[in-house]
Design a protein around this ligand. Structure first.
Ligand code: HEC
Ligand code: HEC
Ligand code: HEC
Ligand code: HEC
Ligand code: HEC
Ligand code: HEC
Ligand code: HEC
Ligand code: HEC
Ligand code: HEC
Ligand code: HEC
Length: 314
């Protein structure tokens, strides 16, 4: 699939390359495609690039700290058109340098349009599953760009150039979610045992609420709660059809086991009634709602599915 897409794009680019770069020599075809792709993002004129060493002469502090970041690598690999290091992000610097540091002649990230910022980062990061869907993410759609979370020069976290580590990073905007994880029963996100990004793809994906999936494209919860995945000889239908959220509050809850309802029977009665009025099996008549029958999972212990009993008794 991926290969196919690439090939189609590749063919299209070849056409454009032929049209735009008639003068081009016999560089490898793949390089041509690369160049054309970059050309779409910004017009290329190799003579406008001065190289990171020149930036260093005036921005020594930035240069020195840049050497310690993963982006230092980009200094050794020229992008199409001759950009490398500093200029791979900030664009060509010749006019800026000749103007003695004219700020209007170089791309400045602070205050730039979020879409433009992310486009620049994506020129290198668009490949791979993780970032391929950033465009469709709620973050991008709502104007949250890469640098709301990452800072190439002033990162505060030890890893991933983050402006803050998790979960504080996420709470800084999602204040309402912070309360979820302060509830008596919750995933231990504040303690670092589970991270927001274990369940969510902050970079976007196809599922609602930017949820991740397992490698097998199943509910993300199975990544850690594999015992609930089955397949079981007797499935409890909503676990598969509606997902774990049918009964659990995934972040946190005031009820034990992260349940949505304080009493188990009230949870079950949302779907199982005394009468057959929906597709859901009714509760048998001998289940009077006395004390004995209200603790449903005392008897229906294998509530997520069973290999032995159609009524989930074991
Ligand atoms: C990966 C992309 C990227 C690269 C490579 C990069 N920058 Fe930046 N630069 C940024 C972003 C984004 C900002 C905004 C501040 C931030 O988020 O860290 C910035 C800000 C700046 C600023 C404004 C002052 C400041 O401290 O924020 C200067 C000056 C600067 N960069 C110079 C350079 C120089 C010199 C290099 C090469 C040594 C370089 N940049 C390499 C992305 C980059
Ligand atoms: C001749 C010295 C000189 C060179 C060389 C130079 N700069 Fe600058 N740069 C400056 C000065 C001076 C400023 C303005 C600082 C100010 O007004 O705060 C500046 C500002 C900037 C800013 C904006 C900072 C801000 O306030 O947001 C960026 C980004 C930047 N330079 C990047 C680069 C990059 C990338 C290179 C290499 C291509 C480079 N500079 C080379 C002198 C230089
Ligand atoms: C809402 C915050 C947020 C936004 C927006 C965001 N990131 Fe990230 N990114 C993170 C966090 C948090 C991590 C740490 C790794 C993890 O837990 O997935 C990360 C990890 C990464 C990594 C390293 C790990 C990997 O999977 O490759 C790269 C590269 C990266 N981000 C690039 C980007 C780019 C490029 C953009 C914009 C197109 C972007 N990010 C937008 C929060 C964000
Ligand atoms: C010229 C290509 C290029 C551009 C443009 C670029 N990056 Fe990167 N980025 C890289 C490379 C190369 C790495 C290192 C990957 C590795 O080590 O495997 C990297 C690594 C990262 C990482 C992971 C750091 C870690 O600790 O693992 C983050 C986060 C990231 N980039 C964010 C950004 C953001 C945000 C922007 C835009 C402001 C950006 N990048 C622009 C090439 C680029
Ligand atoms: C700079 C602010 C900001 C930061 C930081 C931020 N977000 Fe967001 N996030 C937003 C905005 C704005 C939206 C879209 C509006 C909304 O749904 O609240 C959003 C949407 C989301 C959604 C989708 C919600 C939905 O209803 O579809 C998830 C999930 C999410 N963010 C998770 C995270 C995670 C995880 C982190 C930390 C890695 C994070 N966010 C960091 C601003 C931010
Ligand atoms: C155990 C997995 C898991 C973890 C950890 C997790 N989430 Fe969620 N989150 C979910 C699920 C599942 C939903 C969807 C709930 C629904 O559809 O009813 C969700 C929904 C959301 C939403 C949409 C609004 C809402 O409340 O329904 C946001 C925003 C969000 N999460 C942010 C975060 C942030 C920020 C963190 C870390 C502080 C985090 N999540 C940690 C699983 C998780
Ligand atoms: C990254 C691993 C991870 C993911 C993904 C995950 N969980 Fe958990 N979950 C845990 C851990 C670890 C605990 C134990 C928490 C503790 O001891 O504080 C837990 C506890 C629970 C509990 C409470 C168990 C008890 O005995 O009280 C429930 C219910 C639960 N998770 C449901 C879910 C649901 C629903 C999802 C998907 C939305 C999910 N989990 C995704 C790791 C995960
Ligand atoms: C039909 C409602 C329902 C659905 C759907 C559901 N659960 Fe549960 N779950 C419960 C109930 C009720 C309990 C409490 C059982 C008890 O008290 O013995 C529970 C307990 C748990 C526990 C803690 C005890 C244990 O068995 O380990 C975990 C973890 C858990 N569920 C995870 C999940 C995950 C993951 C999913 C989605 C795959 C899910 N649940 C879907 C009703 C449900
Ligand atoms: C979200 C709706 C929903 C909730 C909540 C729910 N169930 Fe179910 N349950 C179903 C559906 C749908 C079926 C399967 C119907 C089928 O297979 O025809 C089912 C099947 C069953 C069966 C097997 C019945 C049979 O004839 O195969 C039992 C027993 C059962 N549920 C008990 C419970 C208990 C106990 C709870 C509370 C812990 C509960 N259910 C919560 C929807 C729900
Ligand atoms: C004291 C043990 C016990 C408790 C507590 C209990 N059940 Fe049952 N349940 C049973 C038995 C026994 C059956 C019948 C199994 C059979 O027919 O072989 C059953 C069957 C069911 C069925 C399947 C009906 C059918 O014919 O398809 C449903 C649905 C059900 N129970 C729901 C519940 C709910 C909801 C609760 C809590 C309000 C609950 N049960 C509490 C023992 C219990």
């Amino acid at each position: 699939m991926r290969t196919l897409e690439r090939c189609t794009g590749f063919a299209a680019w070849l056409t454009i390359v032929a049209a735009l770069l008639l003068s081009s020599q016999s560089v490898a075809a793949s390089e041509k495609a690369d160049k054309a792709k970059q050309a779409a993002a910004a017009p290329i004129d190799a003579s406008q690039y001065v190289g990171s060493d020149t930036c260093k002469t005036c921005h020594e502090d930035i240069y020195k700290s840049f050497e310690t970041t993963p982006h230092w690598k980009t200094t050794f690999k020229k992008q199409a058109g001759g950009a490398q290091g500093c200029e791979a992000c900030h664009g060509p610097g010749k006019a800026h340098v000749e103007g003695g540091g004219d700020k209007s002649k170089i791309f400045i990230f602070a205050g730039a349009e979020p879409g433009e910022v992310s486009k620049r980062c994506m020129s290198c990061h668009e490949y791979g599953e993780e970032h391929a869907n950033f465009d469709r993410s709620q973050h991008n759609v709502n104007g949250v760009s890469c640098i709301a979370c990452h800072s190439p020069h002033h990162a505060k976290a030890a890893q991933y150039l983050l402006v803050q580590k998790q979960p504080e990073l996420c709470y800084s905007c999602h204040t309402e979610v912070k309360q979820d994880f302060a509830r008596p029963f919750r995933h231990r996100v504040d303690q670092g045992l589970v991270e927001c990004t274990d369940c969510h793809n902050q970079h976007g994906g196809f599922l609602t609420k930017q949820l991740r999936a397992t490698a097998a494209q199943d509910q993300v919860c199975f990544k850690c709660h594999a015992d609930k995945a089955g397949p079981f000889s007797f499935e409890h239908e909503p676990v598969k059809t509606e997902g774990c959220q049918a009964c659990h509050s995934p972040h946190g809850s005031t009820n034990p086991r992260l349940l949505k309802r304080a009493q188990v029977n009230l949870l079950c009665l949302e779907c199982h009634t005394l009468t057959q009025d929906s597709g859901t099996p009714p509760i048998p008549t001998f289940h009077n709602q006395s004390q004995k029958y209200s603790a449903c999972t005392m008897c229906h212990t294998a509530i997520h599915g069973s290999n032995f009993d159609a009524f989930f008794m074991k």
